[in-house]
Design a protein. Structure first.
Length: 407
């Protein structure tokens, strides 16, 4: 068995644990399910779409703050403890949402609890666990772990629509709160127990794991270029994901047809993420990203019109391919350009910007959508952002010193 094969063979349980944690963590559940609650909450309490989507702003800002905190807390507590606490937190927040009863303040607080207390279920812990154990197949391992977002997008929207349609929005939140406890929590408790605390000194002494400190990374133009590019991309992606289903219904599609388009988005997210992981281990990452992200702009142009069911599914799939790239790119570029010794802190800082964009995206998209002609303009703005984010990445230049583990 070769070294590249042995990495996955030795650590496949860890990777699948990270996949379940990503799928049922603070990054995925709020974003992929809130679209199913928009109409019911509007009908029940008279809230506007923008007011409801603002919960994602609260959630993602909380996840961003939590990502920075995780980067420091992992020096003091184990990844297993962080993950278990985070999974309990996301479940508690979703359970609180079921008790909103017309109070927007309570509704936002519930999403805040899910994000802040649930920060250990966010991407810093899962990506750090993968980068700690993988070197030569890092891109593929990250891709497999992060397809959790695609699995969440594929399963959770139709599941939530079905539960809410048959049993009401409160039951929908209760079911969502139970899923992390039943699936992600046992996996994390079993398969993360042998991972050490995050230790930069130990990491730096291992082959291929050195790199910049956080101050050094902050002084690098590459840090700010990666941040700007991924923020622009995430403004588009985060704006589209929770708004896609209600927007397509507004454009004349039946809820089931709109759910099919969102499922197409999630299915292609998985394809894009695995494909990206395969190519990242073989080719220069900014070039791979360019050819992955630009088709999403075409998909947004199609969605700006009034596509039929199948055309909407194809267009959503093109956007899904790009969605499969964003978190993989952030984690991969962080490790390749800054090294792994201080990965958690640097990645946490970068992810804060991404989380802020992820929170602002749905609100901004919904606000533009509700203006005259906004059903077209919102998607066209997203198309422009995809182009800008994609073409900026090649300016990162060559990787720094090649990872010795790759030779």
């Amino acid at each position: 068995m070769t070294r590249s094969q042995s990495e996955l063979a030795r650590n496949w349980k860890l990777v699948l644990t990270c996949t379940s944690g990503v799928a049922l963590g603070a990054m995925s559940i709020p974003t992929y399910t809130i679209g199913a609650f928009v109409k019911p909450l509007q009908d029940a309490f008279g809230w506007s779409r923008t007011e409801i989507q603002a919960a994602i702003l609260v959630s993602q800002l909380g996840v961003g703050i939590g990502a920075v905190a995780c980067g420091w807390l992992l020096r003091m507590v184990s990844m297993r403890a962080m993950a278990i606490t985070g999974i309990l937190g996301i479940s508690a927040g979703l359970g609180m949402a079921a008790l909103s009863n017309g109070s927007l303040t309570w509704f936002y607080a519930a999403y805040g609890v899910a994000a802040l207390v649930g920060c250990g279920s966010g991407p810093v812990v899962w990506c750090r666990a993968v980068t700690l154990r993988f070197s030569k197949q890092r891109g593929l391992a990250l891709a497999i772990a992060l397809i959790g977002t695609g699995i969440a997008g594929l399963i959770l929207p139709p599941l939530t629509v079905a539960v809410v349609g048959h049993a009401g929005w409160q039951t929908g939140y209760i079911v969502l709160a139970a899923l992390p406890l039943l699936i992600a929590l046992p996996a994390a408790a079993i398969h993360l127990k042998h991972l050490p605390k995050d230790n930069a000194d130990t990491d730096a002494s291992a082959p291929g794991t050195g790199g910049m400190t956080l101050p050094q990374a902050l002084a690098s133009y590459r840090f700010w270029l990666i941040l700007a590019s991924v923020v622009i991309l995430y403004l588009s992606l985060a704006g589209i994901v929770p708004n896609l289903l209600p927007a397509l219904v507004d454009k004349g599609l039946a809820p089931q047809q709109a759910a099919l388009a969102q499922s197409s988005f999630a299915a292609m997210l998985i394809v894009g993420r695995l494909g990206l992981g395969f190519f990242l281990d073989r080719f220069w990452a900014p070039a791979v990203a360019l050819f992955t992200l630009l088709p999403a702009a075409v998909g947004c142009v199609v969605l700006s019109g009034a596509p039929g069911p199948w055309m909407a599914a194809v267009a959503a799939g093109l956007v899904g391919l790009a969605s499969g790239a964003e978190l993989d790119l952030l984690a991969y570029l962080t490790a390749r350009y800054f090294g792994r010794a201080h990965f958690a802190r640097i990645y946490g800082m970068l992810y804060f910007g991404v989380a802020a964009a992820a929170g602002a995206g749905p609100v901004a998209f919904a606000a533009v959508y509700e203006t005259p002609g906004g059903e077209q303009t919102s998607f066209l703005i997203a198309a422009v952002f995809f182009v800008l984010g994609a073409v900026s990445l090649p300016f990162l230049g060559r990787y720094p010193a090649e990872d010795p583990a790759r030779h």
